[in-house]
Design a protein around this ligand. Structure first.
Ligand code: CP
Length: 312
């Protein structure tokens, strides 16, 4: 898939300089000055949030990001839209573009939908993925890396363990792609055999032993089991899963570095992949990730604006 400056659908296609520029810009947006300096950046523009899958964090943080940059926000409710009459997403985008909507943020369950939409994107409009099937969740990958950076961890040299249902995770793909481009020291993909990606699908070393995977880790990125992307028959027994791959303070402190950071994209299945006690553990950064999500999405919309230029 080729990224154009007016689409952001995959982190694997971004070079290091572009990634760093986006992260630097997002870091600026975490401060009050940048946010207030750009509060009219998208004045007169409309951002359409076309979410065809459920979302809380991504949807509301894009909405906040767009509003903080001065844009109007259109939210799409698939069940109440003309999709129910057979209209396709390409047609929806074209229809909204005719109303001078120029920014489209799309979440969809289908792998390959972003490439299809990008290929038919109306002139003068921008497309951002808010999560695509199992393929990618670029703004989540950016906010994960930003959160690590804001804790003064330089990505080169870090040992990062991604733990859980990696095979079905678009979050893992985007995070792994960004970490690899930024020169991560070691990337471990830890989970039961059935949750590991096919060989070569993701950078990193596949491991089935959680304790070994956590050994000396600087950053642990936990994932939930993506029930919505697997057959019910493929679900593991949750007690077995918790024993094998559930993270607890004790387990992390026994194996990871003493200052190791814990991330999770949310929503969390507390008591399955994470012990409930981790919610208030000082190095559990879940709330910081959510907060940084707004800054990342402001940076991405600002980058799209830079490419499209002012509305005429
Ligand atoms: N991390 C994430 O994508 O969460 P939502 O599904 O709530 O947007």
């Amino acid at each position: 898939m080729t990224e154009t400056p007016r689409s952001l659908t995959d982190l694997a296609t971004l070079d290091r300089a572009t990634l760093v520029r986006l992260l630097d810009s997002a870091e600026e947006f975490t401060g009050p000055e940048a946010a207030s300096a750009h509060r009219d950046l998208l004045a007169g523009e409309a951002v359409a949030l076309l979410f065809c899958e459920p979302s809380t964090r991504t949807h509301f943080s894009f909405e906040l990001a767009a509003k903080r940059l001065g844009a109007d926000v259109l939210s799409f409710h698939e069940a109440a839209s003309s999709h129910t009459k057979g209209e396709t997403l390409v047609e929806t985008i074209s229809t909204l573009a005719a109303m001078n909507v120029r920014y489209f943020v799309v979440r969809h369950a289908e792998d390959g939908i972003m490439a299809a939409l990008a290929a038919k994107l109306p002139p003068g409009t921008a497309l951002v993925s808010a999560g695509e099937g199992t393929l990618g969740h670029p703004t989540q990958g950016l906010l994960d890396v930003l959160t690590i950076r804001l804790h003064q961890r330089e990505i080169p040299g870090l040992t990062v363990a991604i733990v859980g249902d990696i095979a079905h995770s678009r979050v893992a793909r985007s995070a792994a792609a960004a970490l690899q481009t930024l020169g991560v020291g070691a990337l471990r993909l830890v989970g039961p055999e059935a949750f590991l990606p096919a060989p070569g699908q993701l950078p990193g070393t596949a491991m089935t032993d959680l304790d070994a995977g956590l050994e000396g880790a600087d950053v642990i990125m936990a994932l939930r089991i993506q029930r919505e992307r697997m057959e019910a028959s493929a679900l593991p027994d949750l007690d077995d899963y918790r024993r094998g791959y559930g993270l607890s303070i004790e387990r992390i402190e026994a194996h990871a570095k003493p200052d190791a950071l814990l991330l999770h994209p949310g929503p969390v299945n507390w008591g399955v992949e994470l012990a409930p006690e981790l919610a208030d553990w000082p190095r559990c950064l879940i709330r910081e990730q959510v907060r940084n999500g707004v800054a990342v999405r402001m940076a991405v919309l600002a980058r799209m604006h830079e490419t499209l230029g002012p509305h005429v």
